[in-house]
Design a protein around this ligand. Structure first.
Ligand code: TRP
Length: 385
């Protein structure tokens, strides 16, 4: 009994807090999701023509109802994609991971994407965050999402307080079927929580059915997300069939680790844990050199003799999860580091160059997005843009 409770305390994953040493196998059981197996990967590959590195390398590792979604697709019933971002601060590279994968899905399956910016969520859940500040971050965060190159003709940005006319009618239908005790149990809410926060799940759940409502036909939905967001949909899933809609399929990613190592996730509120999309090349270099946890040995002599541990090395993890899509190149870095041929300083240099190359492009597109972001917004009084 004691051992079990200690195990429970090892890590925590909720939509508002991720901490500790996350055991993803345990999380799969705890959340009741399924592991992405080779059969499903083969089905995705059949349609996409290839597998994204994030699928090959287990960044996306779990799912709900993917077989159903692919069955529907094969019957000619196209799905749409849905994901989102609650603005509260700057975007870091960890945020980008699921969105880059979402863009790949959009391109490969040629489908619509609904992207939600709940500009009330963090306002309701964070004590010292004002409404106006969230509005500023909403704009800033939209630039980062637009910069990733989603197809403007097939991508719709929903801002909760601006598109409330579309979202609220669906949210109330969902909210009516979720009791306070259900969200209390799912999220550990207590009675002193404000009533806006209690209602929030229904706003995040609404876009799953919105396109079906607007087009007056049942359209399957696939939600790529980092696994901390799963509980909202776990609560809402039971409601959709009661309203006459199918449950959404979900594909879950792990978190990009913070610079300091394997505990928790990269976080905007821990400035030294994260590489932000607006960081300068110098800032990136300093952060990687100063903070990126090393799997190398303490002395040069020992490292050359015994080699480093790529599985513990944050720079290697970032290359694997994000910045080195070429399997052969990655394998060589892995082997060289493990054998001691490659030093930590050299590994860090590879990563610094990769990140800075990526950010240079991203920052250019982010600037251009200032002009083009309007194309993504859903019109205030209706769906037609
Ligand atoms: N709650 C998410 C966040 O904190 C934002 C979000 C809204 C979202 N809708 C979503 C995330 C759907 C994944 C899928 O950033």
């Amino acid at each position: 009994m004691k051992k079990e409770s200690r195990e429970h305390d090892e890590f925590s994953v909720t939509p508002w807090e991720v901490r500790g040493n996350i055991d993803y196998e345990k999380l799969i059981k705890k959340f009741g999701v399924e592991k992405l197996n080779d059969k499903i990967l083969a089905r995705i590959k059949k349609h996409a023509g290839e597998l994204h590195p994030m699928l090959r390398r287990g960044v996306f590792f779990a799912h709900r109802d993917m077989n159903w979604l692919l069955d529907e697709y094969e019957k000619g019933n196209r799905f749409f994609l849905y994901t989102g971002r609650s603005p509260s601060g700057p975007i870091h590279i960890g945020h980008l991971m699921p969105w880059i994968f979402t863009k790949w899905l959009q391109d490969k399956f040629n489908v619509e994407l609904w992207f939600q910016f709940p500009d009330e969520e963090k306002f309701l859940f964070k004590k010292n965050l004002g409404f106006d500040e969230v509005q500023k971050w909403t704009h800033e965060n939209m630039l980062d999402v637009a910069a990733l190159g989603f197809n403007p003709k097939k991508t719709h940005f929903l801002v909760n307080t601006k598109n409330a006319n579309l979202l609220y009618p669906e949210a109330v239908k969902i909210a009516k079927k979720i009791s306070f005790s259900t969200v209390k149990a799912a999220f550990g809410f207590t009675n002193d929580l404000n009533i806006g926060a209690i209602f929030y799940t229904s706003m995040q759940a609404a876009p799953v059915i919105l396109p079906s409502v607007l087009k007056k036909k049942k359209i399957p939905c696939l939600i790529p997300l980092a696994i901390d967001q799963d509980p909202h949909f776990r609560v809402a899933r039971d409601v959709y069939p009661k309203l006459g809609f199918p449950k959404p399929a979900i594909i879950h990613s792990i978190f990009l680790p913070p610079l300091q190592g394997t505990q928790g996730k990269m976080s905007s509120s821990e400035k030294s844990s994260a590489i932000f999309t607006t960081d300068s090349p110098k800032e990136v270099e300093t952060k990687i050199k100063k903070y990126a946890f090393s799997g190398g040995k303490d002395t040069l002599e020992e490292h050359r003799k015994h080699g480093g541990n790529p599985d513990k090395d944050v720079s290697y993890q970032y290359l694997k999860f994000f910045f080195e899509p070429d399997d052969k190149k990655l394998q060589k870095i892995h082997d060289d580091y493990k054998s001691g041929r490659l030093l930590t300083s050299e590994l860090k240099q590879i990563l610094i160059e990769k990140i800075n190359k990526f950010l240079k492009e991203h920052q250019k597109k982010r600037k251009l997005a200032e002009k083009s972001v309007g194309k993504f917004l859903v019109k205030l009084n209706g769906f037609k843009k």
